[in-house]
Design a protein around this ligand. Structure first.
Ligand SMILES: Cc1cc2nc3c(=O)[nH]c(=O)nc-3n(C[C@H](O)[C@H](O)[C@H](O)COP(=O)(O)OP(=O)(O)OC[C@H]3O[C@@H](n4cnc5c(N)ncnc54)[C@H](O)[C@@H]3O)c2cc1C
Length: 411
């Protein structure tokens, strides 16, 4: 007798890029998938854009990474600047990673575009059901099955499956209902993102990914392709925790911040302004019984270095491969513990550590520490061997190698 569909079905809470990628990767292998998202339709979310080489390597199948490069921007270079002196301190070119990755460059592709490209692929699979306007409100599991209560247009209904992936973001209901702790801390300052068509490359030679160290107000400046040439520039700054959202987001405050960053003869055109609370947290486990966590539900970090979604995509690829082995080849459930071990280790050892270090390097106030930080960046950039090691880490190739080494150790 064949298995019932619900005995093989994977339920997914959340249709952000991580949930959608999980759905597509599992669906491609013939596994029945049912995904729920609380929103009525995919959101034009202005958060992640930077997609690192190690992640692009995972997305090469079916031309996905190529499509991301086509709708986004290829950014081989990133720069560090000293904001007070306006000096370019260091420049790094991913070309040095040729032979280490198939994608020796970053692709700046806004996360809603990445999600859309995955969605187009997932929609072609008859075994993948994508249910929008469906909110997961409760979960329950036994040793054999997992179920979710979902509030949809027709009220609350229960859906059952073999496994549940919580890809429902930082405030994950799945993580909370499964009783999985999310330890870490919240930064007191919120980050403000101001997006403008002003061309910082033409005006001042900033490349598509530029980081500015400053004892008072660090900044990140990035280009995204938006709706096509000429594209938009996103500037990211810390904000004063004592000021209210209204004060921080007012036209006067936004213009003053932009003029301080880069004085211009006219007011800036601001097309988006967003304020984010940022955290550093990792779930105590990514696997509890029939519940698995991936993406922001499992780990969140500040966006300096652009690693949050990259980590989530790497989770989804790792998890889909293992879940398929469990569901299709009867591999032991312990394989899912390996998923948790691998991905949790790199979330902690690499992404948390690196994103906190990135922030500290940009915001350092003590003149001695600043000088040491900037001198170190200059020295690394001037030494090809050190620059390569540095880029292997920032591009997340090193963390993927750590994951692969753990698989060998555990095998
Ligand atoms: C300013 C900023 C810049 C960033 N830049 C980068 C970057 O350059 N590179 C990078 O790698 N990362 C970056 N990040 C991080 C990145 O945005 C997140 O890591 C990413 O969105 C995580 O994707 P996700 O699919 O896990 O979660 P989300 O994108 O949060 O998606 C979760 C989905 O779940 C749905 N949902 C939530 N609750 C429920 C429920 N109960 N039932 C059903 N559906 C539910 C939501 O509607 C949403 O669609 C940045 C973050 C910020 C704030």
């Amino acid at each position: 007798m064949g298995m019932r569909v619900e005995d093989r079905r994977v339920l997914i809470a959340g249709g952000g890029p991580v949930g959608l990628l999980s759905a597509w990767l599992l669906g491609r292998q013939g596994i029945p998938v049912r995904l729920f998202d609380v929103n009525a339709a995919p959101q034009a979310d202005p958060r992640a854009a930077t997609t690192h080489p190690a992640t692009l390597d995972l997305l090469a199948d079916d031309g996905l990474a190529d499509d991301m490069a086509r709708v986004g921007l290829v950014a081989p270079i990133f720069q560090f600047w000293d904001r007070p002196s306006a000096e370019k301190v260091a420049e790094f070119d991913h070309a040095i990673l040729k032979g280490e990755t198939d994608h020796p460059f970053v692709v700046q592709c806004e996360q809603f575009k990445t999600a859309k490209l995955i969605l187009e692929r997932a929609r072609k699979l008859p075994n993948v059901e994508l249910l929008y306007s469906h909110e997961v409100v409760d979960i329950a599991q036994t040793s054999d099955t997992v179920s979710v209560d979902v509030r949809g247009p027709d009220g609350i209904k229960t859906h059952s499956g073999a496994y549940l992936i919580g890809a429902d973001g930082g405030r994950s209901v799945v993580r909370k209902q499964a009783g999985i702790a999310f330890d870490g801390f919240t930064w007191p300052e919120r980050f403000i993102v101001l997006t403008t068509p002003f061309d910082f490359e033409a005006s001042s030679g900033y490349c598509y990914r530029s980081y500015f160290a400053d004892p008072d107000e660090w900044c990140n400046c990035f280009k995204v392709s938006a709706d096509g040439p000429p594209g938009l520039w996103r500037t990211v700054y810390p904000t004063n925790p004592e000021l209210s959202e209204t004060e921080l987001m007012s036209d006067a405050s936004v213009q003053a911040r932009m003029q301080k960053f880069f004085p211009a003869s006219r007011p800036y055109e601001i097309v988006h302004r967003n304020l984010y609370v940022t955290h550093q947290r990792v779930a105590e486990t990514f696997h509890k019984g029939r519940v698995l966590l991936a993406g922001d539900s499992a780990h969140i970090n500040n966006p300096i270095g652009g690693m949050g979604l990259n980590g989530g995509i790497q989770d989804a690829a790792n998890l889909a491969e293992k879940l398929a082995k469990v569901l299709l080849d009867k591999a032991p459930d312990a394989l899912l513990d390996l998923y948790s071990l691998q991905r949790r280790t790199v979330a902690t050892e690499f992404v948390q550590e690196q994103s906190i270090a990135n922030k500290k390097r940009l915001e350092a106030k003590d003149p001695e520490t600043r000088k040491r930080n900037l001198d170190e960046l200059r020295e690394i950039a001037a030494d090809p061997a050190r620059a390569k090691q540095f880029l292997l880490r920032t591009s997340m190739v090193a963390s993927q190698r750590r994951v692969a080494a753990m698989a060998l150790t555990e095998a």
